[in-house]
Design a protein around this ligand. Structure first.
Ligand SMILES: NC(=O)c1ccc[n+]([C@@H]2O[C@H](COP(=O)([O-])OP(=O)(O)OC[C@H]3O[C@@H](n4cnc5c(N)ncnc54)[C@H](OP(=O)(O)O)[C@@H]3O)[C@@H](O)[C@H]2O)c1
Length: 286
C-alpha cells in the first residue's frame, strides 16, 4: 500500500512539531509547513534523523492570503494527491488590534482565512485520495466569546481573547460548512473534522499574549493543570490515524473522543454568513 501523504501546517513548533515527529516514526510521507525557515528546517532535520526521509518542507506566512495561495501551488507541484490536510497553524496576539498588509485582523487572518483558503485550494488534491481527511485545530476557547457577526474582524470590539476565541469558533463553523457542502456534492472520499488539544502552556502560542498582565496571571495560576505538548497532540493524532475515525465526518473531537457541543454555540445562518465572508475575502484566489 502507498504511504499516506500528510500535510501539517504549523509544524515548526508546539503541537504541530510533536505531531510531525510522531507521524514520522509511523513512516508516513510528510509535508511540513512553518513560517520561519530555520525552525522548520530544524524539525525537518529531526524527522530525517528519525530515519524517515520521505519529508519535504515549505515555509509561508499564513497571515497573508497571497502567501497561502503560493503555498498551495507549491504543494500541488510536489504531490499528485493528498491524504491528510492538518490545519494546525495558529496564533494568539496582543492588546492592540493588528492588521495585516492585506487589511485583515491578524488573528482572523491566520486562524480563519488561512485554513479556509488552504482547504479550498487543496480540495482537488484531497479528492484524488482514496480516503482523505481534513483535520482542523480549534480550541476550547470557542466558548469564550459571543459571536459578533456585525463586526466579524472586530474593528470596534477587539480584545485578544475574543479575537482568538471567535477565530476558533468560526473555524469550526467553516469546517461544518465544508462537511455539509461535500455531502451535498456526494463527495464521500473526503472527511472533515475539527479537534481541540486541551491546554498545553509550554508551546509558543502565548509568546505575545502571555505578556499581557491578566493573561500572565491566568497562565501562572493554570500552570499546574497544563498538559504536556504530547498530550495536546494526541487528539489530532488520534483523528488522523485511528481506524475508529475512518469515514467519520463533521465531528468535533477533544481528548480523543467525539465532543457534543451545545447547539447554543452555532447557528446555521451565522455559519453561512461566516462562510460567505471568507469567500468574499478570498475571492481573488478562489
Ligand atoms: N497550546 C494550547 O494549549 C492550545 C490550546 C488550544 C488550541 N491550540 C491550537 O493549536 C495550534 C498549535 O498551537 P501551539 O500551541 O502548538 O502553538 P505554537 O507552538 O505557537 O505553534 C503554532 C504553529 O503555527 C505557526 N504559525 C503561527 N503564526 C503563523 C503564521 N503567521 N504563518 C505561518 N505559520 C504560523 C507557528 O510558526 P512559528 O514557529 O514561526 O511561530 C507554529 O509552527 C494552534 O492552532 C492553536 O490555536 C493550542
Amino acid at each position: 500500500m502507498d504511504k499516506k501523504i500528510i500535510l501539517i501546517t504549523g509544524a515548526s513548533n508546539g503541537i504541530g512539531k510533536v505531531t510531525a515527529l510522531e507521524l514520522a516514526k509511523e513512516n508516513y510521507q510528510l509535508i511540513i509547513h512553518g513560517r520561519n525557515y530555520e525552525r522548520t528546517k530544524a524539525v525537518y532535520d529531526e524527522i530525517v534523523a528519525l530515519g524517515n526521509s520521505d519529508v519535504s518542507m515549505i515555509t509561508a506566512d499564513f497571515s497573508l492570503l497571497s502567501e497561502v495561495a503560493k503555498f498551495a501551488d507549491k504543494v500541488k507541484s510536489q504531490v499528485d494527491h493528498l491524504d491528510v490536510l492538518y490545519n494546525n497553524a495558529g496564533g494568539q496576539f496582543g492588546e492592540e488590534r493588528e492588521v495585516t498588509a492585506e487589511g485583515h485582523e491578524k488573528t482572523f487572518a491566520i486562524n480563519m482565512l488561512a485554513p479556509f483558503l488552504l482547504t479550498q485550494l487543496l480540495l482537488p488534491l484531497l479528492q484524488k485520495s482514496d480516503a482523505a481527511q481534513i483535520v482542523t485545530q480549534s480550541s476550547e476557547s470557542y466558548q469564550h466569546a459571543e459571536p459578533k457577526l456585525n463586526d466579524i474582524e472586530l474593528e470596534s470590539h477587539y480584545n485578544f481573547s475574543d479575537a482568538y476565541g471567535l477565530s476558533k469558533l468560526y473555524v469550526w463553523w467553516l469546517m461544518r460548512e465544508f462537511d455539509k457542502r461535500l455531502t451535498e456534492k456526494n463527495i464521500s472520499n473526503v472527511t472533515v473534522n475539527t479537534v481541540e488539544p486541551g491546554t498545553a502552556l509550554s508551546t509558543g502560542l502565548q509568546r505575545i499574549s502571555g505578556k499581557i498582565p491578566e493573561m500572565k496571571k491566568l497562565m501562572d495560576e493554570y500552570q499546574q493543570y497544563s498538559w504536556s505538548i504530547s498530550d495536546a497532540a494526541a487528539t489530532g493524532l488520534y483523528v488522523i490515524t485511528s481506524p475508529e475515525v475512518a469515514g467519520v465526518s463533521g465531528k468535533f473531537y477533544g481528548n480523543k473522543k467525539e465532543k457534543n457541543i451545545s447547539p447554543k454555540w452555532y447557528s446555521e445562518s451565522g455559519q453561512k454568513q461566516i462562510w460567505d465572508y471568507c469567500v468574499e475575502a478570498c475571492k481573488q484566489y478562489l
